[in-house]
Design a protein around this ligand. Structure first.
Ligand SMILES: [Zn+2]
Length: 524
């Protein structure tokens, strides 16, 4: 078909541009993201879509990545200025302070700086299965503060080492003294061999680390009562700065052709197809999301601050990684199939003229449709599968199956057409998809953590059917503050804490619901 051939050529053009080196991997909040969103807005305009963002086609949102040391923070030990992160870090609950002081290592006296080796504390606790170095340090700092220490400089010479690092989302209460962790080996050696007092100079304060992301939203207004959302994220990993890359070695541009220049390009073609066509019993809202790779920030923001009435949304189709249709099987994975009985009316997975279809009934998963599912909106998720270039710089435009993209486009077009005369789709709850956080441990609470939440504790986005948290009465929106004797200050401490329990164990869980703090017993 000539139309198919033309669509294939345009797919190639769109993907080649969005996944070109000049966009530097379209990382949220960067110039590459800015170039990409300008391109997307222009494509929406050319397709005749109306702007439906806050500023034209654009809907800005914030990505709060927790705390970071304020510019001008520094640490100097024995006259050497040290590199933040690499050589040292201040604990996120450290007091704001300026220090110019000297002291002998190991001395614990009133009105002095304490320079402490963690070696002894770790040795003392060698047989304690509940020992957690992070909580230990926090408690020690509290004690130091009440004993009159002016500041705390910690280091660790224990041969077992530690995995301490700065935790930006740790919201533990700020203590009365500043505390730093030193890991520069030369400085530690200098402290150990010094015969006199150690001179320490420091300035510490924190600020919120806030990035901006931008959704791009275009609207096809058919004056219908219902609106269909067609979504695809356009952000990607940049050079891998956000620790979500699978690439090792020298930083390189992650072009993200399949993930997700492919789905983004699908939006443009769908806009062309739906403009002025017969399927006019719905309006169509096209959203290119940003912040997806950081934890679905853009789609979550849209569902909190929608630019159309959320109640009018009929269903949502998400396209994330639709560029690698396997030539051999021609099979895609279709997620969200269980979120409405209507899907099986229009899609028969066994009828195989355009595509082979593997069904995944769950409405959740690691992409933007989850945000809509959480609002009780039926979702459908098109996905051509994982591959060895996933989240690597080699996810390039020349590896995309463009004719395969046309097949998928036709399938989506047919699905939308088939639902045109249908009343608003009924919504069904499904099982929760396994998340990577629960899979890593022997026990699970069965809550789906909200990765965009930046307050203290871990907020549940959802609670898995029949899972320990649900059996104990926890609900979506609850914030877990304590498990057993461990305070949960952040996602990191939540994951570390889960690693400490065994199946069958019953523990006390303290959580916040609304403005009340409550307690339940959870059996893993
Ligand atoms: Zn993706």
């Amino acid at each position: 078909m000539r139309a198919d051939r033309a669509a294939q050529v345009r797919f190639q053009q769109h993907v080649s541009y969005l996944a070109s080196d000049s966009l530097e991997g379209r990382r949220t909040g960067t110039r590459g993201e800015w170039l990409a969103r300008n391109y997307i807005a222009e494509q929406f305009r050319q397709a005749g879509l109306l702007p439906k963002g806050l500023e034209g086609y654009i809907q800005p949102f914030e990505v709060n990545e927790g705390k970071k040391p304020q510019t001008g923070s520094y640490l100097l030990v024995l006259g050497d200025t040290l590199k933040a992160d690499k050589d040292y870090f201040f604990f996120p609950w450290s007091a704001k302070a300026e220090i110019k002081d000297k002291s002998l290592p190991g001395v614990r006296e009133v009105n002095t700086l304490w320079i402490i080796d963690l070696h002894e504390g770790i040795t003392d606790n060698a047989g304690n299965p509940h020992f957690d170095l992070g909580s230990y340090i926090y408690e020690q700092t509290k004690k130091a503060a009440s004993s009159g220490a002016t500041a705390l400089l910690l280091y660790n010479t224990h041969p077992s080492g530690d995995k301490l690092s700065f935790q930006p989302k740790d919201r533990t209460e700020t203590l009365a003294v500043p505390a730093a962790y030193l890991r520069n080996e030369a400085a530690i050696r200098a402290i150990q061999v010094s015969k006199g007092p150690i001179y320490v100079e420091a300035r510490v304060s924190f600020e919120e680390n806030i990035r901006r992301g931008y959704n791009v939203i275009g609207y096809l207004d058919n004056r219908a009562e219902k609106t269909v959302v067609l979504g695809a994220h356009y952000d990607h990993l940049g050079y891998g700065e956000d620790n979500n890359s699978r690439h090792t070695g020298t930083p390189d541009i992650h072009n993200g052709a399949d993930d997700n220049a492919s789905g983004t390009s699908m939006l443009f073609e769908l806009a062309r197809l739906l403009k002025g066509k017969s399927a006019q019993k719905n309006n169509y809202l096209f959203i290119a999301f940003s912040g997806e790779e950081l934890g679905l920030y853009g789609s979550k923001y849209f569902t909190e601050k929608p630019t159309v009435d959320l109640k009018s949304i009929n269903y949502m189709i998400n396209m994330d990684m639709v560029g690698r249709l396997p030539d051999s099987s021609q099979t895609i994975t279709l997620g969200g199939y269980g979120t409405s009985p209507a899907w099986s009316k229009v899609i028969d997975p066994k009828k195989n003229d355009l595509l082979g279809i593997r069904i995944d009934s769950s409405g959740t998963g690691p992409s933007d449709h989850s945000s809509f599912y959480r609002k009780d909106i039926p979702v459908l998720f098109y996905f051509t599968g994982l591959h060895t270039d996933y989240h690597k710089p080699s996810d390039d435009a020349d590896r995309i199956n463009y004719s395969g993209m046309v097949r998928i486009l036709r399938h989506i077009e047919r699905t939308i057409g088939g639902l045109n005369e249908e009343p608003k789709l009924a919504f069904l709850k499904t099982r929760e998809a396994q998340t990577t956080t629960t899979a890593r441990f022997s026990v699970t609470m069965g809550i789906m953590p909200d990765y965009t939440y930046s307050g203290k504790g871990v907020r549940a986005d959802g609670v898995g059917e029949g899972k320990p948290a649900q059996k104990a009465g926890l609900k979506a929106g609850d914030i877990v503050l304590q498990i057993g004797e461990y305070n949960i200050s952040s996602m990191e401490s939540y994951m570390q804490t889960l690693g400490k329990f065994k199946k069958g164990q019953t523990v006390k869980v303290v959580y916040q619901r609304g403005d009340k703090t409550e307690e339940v017993s959870v059996t893993f």
